[in-house]
Design a protein around this ligand. Structure first.
Ligand code: NAD
Ligand code: GLY
Length: 361
C-alpha cells in the first residue's frame, strides 16, 4: 500500500499479457488525487455516465484528466436502458465529437453504465480504449473487472456483447457514501458469491463482518472490495474468455438472469436476483443441507432475498434456455461440490430442478 497525495490505495493486477491492467482501490482518489490521464492513449476522452452519477462524480473524474480534451454524455438511469438503443446514443456522441481510434471511453457509474460504455468502446471503429470508474459496490467487485461488456436483448439478459478489457479500473471507495442501501446490499450478493465459489475463509470473514459492511464501515468495505477483486482477477487471468473455469463466476446467475428477464428489467436488482439464484443453485447442488442453510443465513443477514418470485415453470425453462452456458441445447449450471468450491456442470438432478423452479409456480 502506498500513498498518493492524501489518498491511500492498493493495486491488484489483472494479468493478461499485453492486455494486463491495474485495479486501483482506495479512498479519496477522485478530485485530482489519481492521475487517470496516463491511461488515456491519445488526447481525447468521452466520459459516459448517467443522470444520477454524473452530477455527483463527473467533476471529480475531470480533475483526474488534466491536459485531456474531455466530452461527456449522460444516459438515462436504469437496467431498462441497458439496450442497443442506448448504446447507439453513445456511438452517435462519439461520431459527433469526431472521436477516432485514439479516443478513450471512460465509464463512470454502476454496472449498467460500465457494460454499455465498454461495449460501445469495443465496437466503435472496431475497438477503442476504455477505463472503468465504477461507483456501485457491485460494479467495484465484479462488473468493472474482467472485460465482459454488453447489453440486454428483449429475448434475454446480456445476449449481445463483447470481451473488451479496460486500461485501468479506478475504484474510489468514497463513492459508496452516496449509494442507496438497497444497491449496497445488491452488491453484497456478488461479494458473497466469491466466498461461496472459491474462498471459504472469505465466506467466514463475511459472516463475521456483515454488520460492518451494512454500516458502510470504510475498512470493512475496502477489504471486501480488495479480496473480491483479487479473486476475480485470478479467475479471469486463468480463463479470460470463459472457456472453462471463469463460468464459476456465474454462480446463481442462470436462475438470476431468468428472474431479471421474467420480471422485467429493473424490478429485481441484478444482485437481488443473483442472491435468490445462489440459493436455488445451492439447493440443486449435492451438498449438505447445513451448508445450504449457512449460505441462506449469510444472504439473509445481507438483507437479500433467498426465494425467487413466482414464475411459471415454462417461463423459467425458456429464459434459462437462453443462458450462455447452454451447450448442445443442454442446460449447464454452476453448482457447488462443497461450500467454497464450485464447478460448471451439466450433471444435475432434473427432478430436483423442477421442484426448485416449481415451488413458487
Ligand atoms: P446500476 O448500474 O443500475 O447502478 C445501480 C443504481 O445506483 C443506479 O440507479 C445508479 O445510477 C446508482 N448509482 C451508481 N453509483 C452511485 C453512487 N455512487 N451513488 C448513488 N447512486 C449511484 O446497477 P449495478 O448493480 O451497479 O450493475 C448491475 C449491472 O451490472 C447489470 O446489468 C448486470 O448484468 C451487470 N453486471 C455485469 C458484469 C460483468 O462482468 N460485466 C458482472 C456483474 C453484473
Ligand atoms: N460476472 C461474471 C464474469 O465476469 O464472468
Amino acid at each position: 500500500m502506498y500513498s498518493t497525495r492524501m489518498s491511500l490505495h492498493t493495486t491488484i493486477m489483472v494479468s493478461l499479457g499485453d492486455r494486463s491492467y491495474p485495479i486501483v482501490v482506495g479512498n479519496g482518489l477522485l478530485n485530482g488525487a489519481f492521475d487517470l490521464s496516463t491511461f488515456v492513449v491519445g488526447d481525447d476522452c468521452l466520459i459516459v455516465s448517467n443522470v444520477t452519477v454524473a452530477p455527483l462524480y463527473q467533476d471529480g473524474v475531470l480533475a483526474n484528466l488534466v491536459g485531456k480534451t474531455v466530452s461527456t454524455i449522460e444516459l438515462p438511469d436504469g437496467e431498462a436502458y441497458k439496450s442497443i438503443g442506448t448504446m447507439q446514443t453513445i456511438l452517435d456522441r462519439l461520431v459527433e465529437t469526431g472521436a477516432n481510434r485514439d479516443t478513450t471511453v471512460i465509464a463512470l457509474g454502476g454496472g449498467v453504465v460500465g457494460d454499455i460504455a465498454g461495449f460501445a468502446a469495443a465496437c466503435y471503429m472496431r475497438g477503442v480504449s476504455f477505463i472503468q470508474v465504477p461507483t456501485t459496490l457491485l460494479a467495484q467487485v465484479d462488473s468493472s473487472v474482467g472485460g465482459k461488456t454488453g447489453v440486454n436483448h428483449p429475448g434475454g439478459k446480456n445476449l449481445v456483447g463483447a470481451f473488451h478489457q479496460p486500461q485501468v479500473v479506478m475504484i474510489d471507495t468514497d463513492t459508496l457514501t452516496t449509494l442507496p442501501d438497497r444497491e449496497l446490499q445488491a452488491g453484497l450478493a456478488e461479494v458473497i458469491k466469491y466466498g461461496a465459489i472459491c474462498d471459504l475463509d472469505f465466506l467466514g470473514w463475511l459472516e463475521n463482518n456483515m454488520p460492518a459492511l451494512l454500516d458502510k464501515e470504510p475498512q470493512a468495505l475496502a477489504y471486501a472490495i480488495q479480496r473480491s477483486c483479487e479473486l476475480k482477477a485470478e479467475v479471469v487471468a486463468e480463463d479470460e474468455r470463459e472457456a472453462g473455469r471463469r463460468a464459476i463466476l456465474n454462480f446463481g446467475h442462470t436462475f438470476g438472469h431468468a428472474i431479471e428477464h421474467c420480471c422485467g428489467y429493473g424490478e429485481w436488482l441484478h444482485g437481488e436476483a443473483v442472491a435468490a439464484g445462489m440459493i436455488m443453485a445451492a439447493e440443486l447442488s449435492d451438498i449438505a443441507e447445513t451448508d445450504v442453510a449457512r449460505l441462506r443465513a449469510l444472504i439473509t443477514a445481507a438483507g437479500l432475498p433467498t426465494r425467487p418470485p413466482a414464475i411459471a415453470a415454462d417461463d423459467w425453462m425458456r429464459a434459462m434456455g437462453m443462458d450462455k452456458k447452454v451447450q448442445k441445447k443442454t442446460l449447464r449450471f454452476v453448482l457447488m461440490r462443497a461450500l467454497g468450491d464450485a464447478q460448471v456442470t451439466e450433471s444435475y438432478d432434473a427432478e430436483r430442478l423442477q421442484q426448485i423452479i416449481g415451488v413458487n409456480d
